[in-house]
Design a protein around this ligand. Structure first.
Ligand code: ADP
Ligand code: MG
Length: 347
């Protein structure tokens, strides 16, 4: 489906490992004072003075986390960085550096790895991140990409999953379910393409949800917004593994229960229409779809006036005593216990 625009196919063996590293990393420039030494020695050197440092890492494996028949490599590089930045922001921290490690097989020419790095560079430049190192090795099977992100936060300003209190409001940024429905559309088009490669799919009805799947953004803006509004979340978590499983994590870690209101869950109209087309329940998708790089957090009720008019934030429920449990309150006002269901088991 994705056209191969690169006519040239330079074998990686032509460059060798060090040649490849030099080539891929030649454009990275240092932006942050905290980066004392970036790429080019045995280790990067960072200095955060009196700030706290957060570190997070994620690995993406071909065939498990992505399918190169419809994921352009540029988007994959971008998304690999975004997935990590999202975890940094979920700590209420500012992302400053990443390292990028890749394992590539011989079936990838240099031009393909260049595409991957073009996506990494774009993310680094948009989110103002220094790429300070990584590792490059060969793989006998698929492509593997592992990113580690580093961030800084004023000591004491970090926000954990564990601080939510009964009566706090439960808030989510953006909208949910889009990335999962985008994936459904891409999977369907892949099947159509297998049968009829001449078929040019019209994806114009699905642009938003496909973008949510292929080119997600991390909510750096939400961390800044909360700071500007002087709202300090009591607990926060990234919901890329799915809204329901992350609500469960947050409640468990904070030792609270919660009521989540089905009717309040923010859904884009394209998610609703595509769910209808696929005959899938949009609430199930919103709860279990995953890969929406949004932030879920709790705030004290006193802070409600500060966020209530904000189009990026939606109050979807409130916290309760742990003994009251976790429930979805449906539109029909019935109470359904929220159960764990990772997106991988979703069908
Ligand atoms: P070492 O032998 O110490 O592992 P390498 O030769 O692998 O060093 O790497 C040389 C430098 O290039 C190091 O600074 C390393 O962090 C960086 N580097 C290696 N691979 C990558 C990559 N894929 N992306 C970014 N930086 C990389
Ligand atoms: Mg190395």
């Amino acid at each position: 489906m994705i056209e191969d625009k690169n006519q040239q196919r330079t074998p990686l063996s032509e460059l060798g490992e060090f040649g490849l590293i030099d080539h891929l990393t030649r454009n990275f420039k240092i932006q942050h004072k905290s980066t004392i030494k970036g790429i080019g020695d045995d280790a990067a050197v960072l200095n955060f003075k009196n700030k706290n440092v957060v570190v997070t890492t994620d690995m993406l494996v071909e065939g498990v986390h992505f399918d190169l028949s419809y994921v352009p490599l540029k988007h994959l590089g971008y998304k690999a960085v975004i997935a990590n930045l999202s975890d940094v922001y979920a700590m209420n921290a500012k992302a400053t550096q990443v390292t990028v490690s890749i394992a590539v097989s011989n079936r990838f020419p240099l031009e393909a790895v260049e595409e991957l790095y073009a996506g990494i560079e774009t993310a680094a430049s948009i989110y103002n991140i220094d790429v300070v190192g990584g590792d490059t090795t060969s793989s006998t099977t698929g492509l593997l990409i592992s990113v580690t992100a580093i961030g800084e936060v004023e000591t004491g300003s970090e926000v954990y999953r564990s601080g939510a209190k009964p009566n706090d409001l439960l808030v989510v940024s953006g909208d949910v379910g889009g990335a999962y429905m985008g994936l459904q559309v891409l999977e369907r088009e892949k099947e159509v393409f297998k049968v009829n490669p001449q078929n040019q799919p019209d994806l114009s009805l699905y642009t938003y949800i496909i973008e949510r799947q292929l080119k997600p953004e991390a909510r750096k803006d939400v961390v800044k917004l909360l700071e500007d509004l002087e709202v300090r979340p009591t607990a926060m978590i990234d919901i890329s593994d799915g809204l329901s499983s992350e609500i469960i994590h947050l409640c468990k870690n904070s030792d609270v229960g919660c009521d989540l209101y089905e009717g309040k869950i923010p859904l884009d109209p394209q998610v609703i229409s595509t769910c209808e087309e696929f005959n899938i329940d949009s609430t199930t998708v919103a709860l279990n779809g995953g890969e929406d790089y949004e932030l879920l957090f709790t705030i004290s009720q006193d802070d409600y006036p500060k966020i209530k008019a904000n189009p990026h934030l939606t109050v979807i429920g409130h916290m309760k005593e742990a003994k009251e449990g976790l429930h979805l309150v449906t539109r029909a006002n019935t109470r359904i216990p929220i159960k764990a269901q990772g997106w991988k088991n979703f069908n």
